[in-house]
Design a protein around this ligand. Structure first.
Ligand SMILES: Cc1cc2nc3c(=O)[nH]c(=O)nc-3n(C[C@H](O)[C@H](O)[C@H](O)COP(=O)(O)OP(=O)(O)OC[C@H]3O[C@@H](n4cnc5c(N)ncnc54)[C@H](O)[C@@H]3O)c2cc1C
Length: 545
């Protein structure tokens, strides 16, 4: 276990080797540590309320944005009551003793102090973080965002993925950041639509009939979640988590960590050909506006002005200016190149096959490439998560919802992202190409590309744009990905009761791309023992449906 102490300094002192020091506990509890280079578990002894450790500990100093950061290898430390610490520096080449009044260490460690004399370097901890070794299972958008924020909080992160991390849901999605998508999939009437479409394998929503007990249970929970009351409860939660995530996307963009990437704020058009769907969407728009989000109803002429080249059958649309879009393949590549630069290990071709534990604590994960020790495990394994959680006795109602994409790498009339309401096809002008994405196919875990579905996406798109024709080679290049779909449309973010150091970050269904950053942030807050940015009750992985 690593403890990372970030000191705040008035003088930005030069980091110097630390020879000995104290950790002080507010509650005077024994803080058991330090493993030395040779001296194992150097005795912690009490001296007037201090716990004292000796030289030989694995200390090192480094600089982070001009601030000295002290790292120490520590065997176990029961936090969070540590208030301050004192380190003694090397003085003329020899370690020297220092007597520190107890009262110094009772000062609240809020702002951070450094009192420096020639021999004593006193650091009051400003933001104490227990740096942990964290294994993240899954290198999709959830896994990489978790790694991003965990690393920023000082943790040591390893990402394991069974694939080569070049495809799947996080690569094929429509790239929308969608505060406007406030209605969960499990809405009144969806079950009936699913049953109606059951035997039509080119419909936008397809349930493959099968007698799999997990699927049947999921379908029952889905049905139970599709009530007006439950949807009403979910709407503000979905809006809030989306808004938080969009702001984090902007933060990542501004930080420059990932370089420049496409994050366009042109909004999203919901286009309709029938007044019936138009009226339905108008109701959604009013709800979206009521939540303080920007949206506007447009008539036929206004729609044509905004997006020329649309078919004249289109009756109108709603412009959700609150939404934004990105290019998923671009962003995933940026994450993959940035994270190793800051010390995150990414292991592809590494399938997690099992876990080791001590009592109710996971100690590591077994993989096809060996064992990885862990203080914390984050399960961000997308549609495969129930298969892994089952190994730990955690039942996770979750189904794979397959979707397809067709990329068109030549000029197209598409300027603004749009969802074609009658067909549920999403069209996005990405960086260098246009993407068509669609269908929700609940047919289990498989990557079988159903040609009739792909053709339906292309054909239905052509009906909305006068000059947009999809070439056979573009259809051939279609790919699919599996959305991890929960019965109630809300993700699983948080801990489970049976394992103290397991976090789940999955089940985001159609909003996973949108919710990547906020999920990474929430997971980091949970693991770092901080107050989460929002109430997590609705995302409890063990909630009842
Ligand atoms: C066609 C389509 C369009 C979409 N459009 C949008 C959109 O516009 N906006 C939006 O917000 N969302 C959209 N989504 C949804 C979004 O893409 C997903 O919710 C999101 O990508 C899920 O990310 P994830 O990290 O949970 O899962 P994944 O991306 O599936 O990643 C999980 C990873 O875990 C790995 N893994 C699994 N098991 C193991 C194991 N045992 N050991 C090691 N590794 C393992 C897998 O290899 C995989 O790489 C769309 C999805 C699709 C399919």
């Amino acid at each position: 276990m690593l403890v990372r102490l970030q000191s705040w300094s008035l003088k930005a002192p030069k980091p110097t080797p630390i020879r000995s020091g104290f950790f002080v506990s507010r509650t005077r509890q024994k803080l058991a540590f330090v493993s030395g280079r040779e001296t194992k578990n150097t005795a912690a002894s009490s001296g007037g309320g201090f716990w004292h450790f000796q030289a030989g500990a694995q200390w090192s100093t480094e600089r982070s944005e001009g601030t000295p950061v002290v790292r120490a290898a520590v065997e176990s430390l029961t936090l969070p009551q540590v208030l301050g610490c004192i380190f003694k520096q090397e003085h003329n080449g020899a370690p020297s003793e220092a007597k520190v009044p107890q009262s110094w260490c009772l000062l609240p460690a809020l702002a951070g102090y450094i009192i420096q004399t020639e021999s004593v370097h006193l650091v009051f901890i400003t933001g104490l973080t227990m740096a942990k070794n964290i294994v993240v299972i899954g290198g999709g958008i959830m896994g990489l965002n978790s790694a991003y924020y965990l690393q920023k909080s000082g943790h040591q992160v390893v990402v394991l993925d069974k694939s080569e991390m070049t495809g799947g849901a996080s690569y094929v999605n429509a790239g929308y950041l969608t505060p406007s998508h406030i209605v969960p999939l499990a809405a009144p009437g969806m079950m009936a639509k699913g049953l109606k479409y059951m035997f039509n394998s080119s419909s936008p929503f397809y349930l493959k009939p099968r007698l799999d007990p997990d699927f049947l249970k999921w379908a029952w929970y889905f049905h139970k979640s599709s009530t007006r009351e439950k949807v009403e409860r979910a709407i503000p939660i979905i809006a809030r988590i989306n808004v938080l995530s969009k702001a984090l996307y902007e933060g990542i963009h501004q930080s420059g960590d990932l370089g420049d990437f496409q994050l366009e704020k042109k909004g999203l058009l919901m286009l309709f050909k029938t007044q019936e769907l138009g009226a339905e969407e108008l109701e959604v728009m009013k709800r979206v506006q009521g939540l303080g989000l920007e949206a506007q109803a447009l008539n036929k002429a206004e729609i044509q002005d905004l997006q020329p080249g649309l078919n004249s059958d289109i009756q109108g649309g709603i412009h959700y200016q609150c939404d934004a879009h990105t290019t998923p393949t671009q962003l995933m590549e940026r994450f993959k190149s940035f994270l190793p630069q800051v010390g995150v290990e990414i292991h592809t071709g590494t399938t997690v096959t099992g876990f080791t534990s001590r009592g109710n604590i996971l100690t590591g994960v077994q993989t096809t490439q060996g064992f990885f020790e862990a203080d914390e495990v984050v399960m961000a394994s997308g549609a495969w998560s129930p298969l892994l959680s089952k190994k730990l006795g955690v039942k996770l109602p979750l189904q794979a919802g397959k979707g397809y994409r067709i990329d068109v790498a030549r000029p197209t009339p598409v300027r603004i992202p749009a969802i074609l309401m009658e067909t549920k096809v999403a069209i996005t002008p990405m960086d260098g190409f246009t993407r068509l994405a669609g269908t929700m196919e609940l047919s289990g875990i498989n990557h079988h590309i159903r040609k009739n579905r792909v053709e339906a996406i292309a054909r239905l798109t052509e009906q909305y744009y006068d000059t947009f024709k999809i070439e056979p080679a573009e259809l051939q290049g279609a790919a699919c990905g599996l959305r991890p779909v929960t019965p109630d449309g809300l993700p699983y973010i948080g801990r489970v009761r049976s394992w103290k150091n397991l976090c789940l970050a999955t089940g985001h269904a159609m909003m996973g791309w949108s919710l990547g950053p906020v999920t990474g942030k929430l997971i980091t807050e949970i693991i770092s023992g901080k107050k989460p940015s929002m109430n997590l009750e609705a995302f409890d992985p063990e909630r009842r449906f």
